[in-house]
Unconditional design. Structure first.
Length: 157
C-alpha cells in the first residue's frame, strides 16, 4: 500500500528546473551546430544533398529546441502560479496509514475521506494542474460533495 506514496500524494507535478531548461537549450544548440557543420561541409565539398540535409536538420533541431524549452517554461510558470493554493490544501490534509486515506481534521475544504489518488486529483485540479494529471488518475472520481475549482465551484474536475 505504501509503494509510491510520495508520488501518490505529490503536492505539485514535477517540472524541469531552470537549469534543466538551460541545459536542454545548450544541448539543442549543439545539435543545431552539427546540422550547420553538415551543411557547411556540403557547401565546401559541392555536395548539394549535404547542404540541403544539414540545413533542414539545423532548422528542425532549432525549432524543436525552442518548442521544448518554451513548453518547460510554461509548465514551470503554471506550477509556480498554483503553488500557494496547492500548498494550502496539502498542508491542511492528514494521511491515515491505517485506512490509507487522506482527510482534513477541521472538515474544510472537504469532508470525509479521500484515497491518495482522489486527494491528488483534488489538489492538482484546485491548483490548476489538471492537465498534468497522469493517465492513471483520469478515471479517478471525487466523491459527491467535494467541490473543485476556484472557490469550490464544480467546473474543473
Amino acid at each position: 500500500m505504501r509503494d509510491g506514496l510520495a508520488d501518490r500524494l505529490a503536492r505539485t507535478p514535477g517540472v524541469a528546473s531552470r537549469f534543466d531548461g538551460c541545459l536542454h537549450f545548450v544541448e539543442g544548440m549543439v545539435m543545431v551546430g552539427v546540422g550547420v557543420a553538415l551543411a557547411y561541409s556540403g557547401i565546401d565539398g559541392h555536395r548539394p544533398l549535404y547542404t540541403a540535409g544539414g540545413s533542414l536538420l539545423a532548422v528542425l533541431l532549432f525549432v524543436g529546441t525552442v518548442v521544448v524549452v518554451r513548453g518547460e517554461g510554461r509548465d514551470r510558470a503554471l506550477v509556480t502560479a498554483g503553488e500557494p493554493r496547492a500548498d494550502a490544501l496539502w498542508r491542511s490534509a492528514y494521511y491515515c496509514p491505517g485506512c490509507a486515506s487522506v482527510f482534513c481534521a477541521d472538515r474544510t475544504p472537504w469532508q470525509g475521506l479521500l484515497t491518495p489518488e482522489q486527494f491528488k486529483k483534488f489538489v492538482w485540479t484546485e491548483a490548476g494542474y489538471g492537465k498534468q494529471l497522469e493517465e492513471r488518475f483520469k478515471d479517478v472520481d471525487l466523491p459527491p460533495g467535494v467541490l473543485t475549482g476556484p472557490g469550490g465551484s464544480r467546473d474543473h474536475a
